[in-house]
Design a protein around this ligand. Sequence first.
Ligand code: NAP
Length: 281
Amino acid sequence: MKLLVTGAAGMLGRAVVECCSQEQTTVGVDLADGDLTDPAVVDQLWRRHAPDWLVHCAAYTDVDGAESAPELALAVNAEATAHLAAACRRTGAGMTYISTDYVFTGDADGYTEDASRDPVNLYGQSKARGEEAVEALAEQTVPWQIVRTSWLFGAGPTNFVKTIRRLLSERERLQVVADQRGCPTYAADLAQLLCCLIRRRATGKFHGTNRGVCSWFEFAQAIAVASGADPGRIDPCVTEAYPTPARRPVCSVLRDTRLAATGCQPLPSWQDGLRRYVAEL
Ligand SMILES: NC(=O)c1ccc[n+]([C@@H]2O[C@H](COP(=O)([O-])OP(=O)(O)OC[C@H]3O[C@@H](n4cnc5c(N)ncnc54)[C@H](OP(=O)(O)O)[C@@H]3O)[C@@H](O)[C@H]2O)c1
């Protein structure tokens, strides 16, 4: 099977290429290879690589930026996804679309795979539109997967783990939001799950996060501990203390009810993923 991975220079895409290339022929592409919002670019990539399966990790991921650039967020997250889904439909290639906890409102205790989408910000809306484009493949007997994840950390220039470590080195004390809860996820762990779901040609919506739930404050404290710093230097604060252009879901916990049936291993705890990631830094 030949895999084409979009967003291969990004945090998740690079982990997927590294993991999947150990068992499948895997080609990674990113913006430098062409802008996926252009259908001609998608056609070209298809002619050049003729994939059997697409892992679509490319996205407009600037959550706050999407509030002032909604057209761009929609073009990348919804329209480009629709172009790619059309190419999969035409050629019978399978498709994995990476989505997000931000498709949910965040006012429930957690969300299972079939919970109704109701995003609170423009990034979430654009990703929800991307999900709709992929779901349309269900009517075409093309194998498809929507894998939602959350609070990713992993290789790359910036992520929450690196930010907290930098702030701890620059300041004596810091404040971190304690009233938003979610599931931190190590990109390398998620990549392993994606490889398995693709190998098994599982179809449908899945939730792929490391096990366990925490607040950003608890996550930051764990980062301090894993980095040998005093977690007592971090104080909790409320979301209102840090106004951002985009509203965030308060509780974006993704509950997994489907992975066991696929035979793929659930991910280890987020603390375990964090420990391995910090050891690699
Ligand atoms: N990060 C998280 O916490 C998180 C949480 C939940 C879900 N997700 C989802 O997980 C997936 C991977 O996220 P990530 O954090 O790995 O993203 P990322 O690091 O921002 O990588 C995305 C990649 O896509 C590329 N890209 C953007 N627009 C493109 C276009 N028009 N054509 C081709 N490539 C384009 C980007 O290039 P440039 O950098 O040059 O723009 C970047 O290399 C995304 O679908 C995201 O929505 C992420």
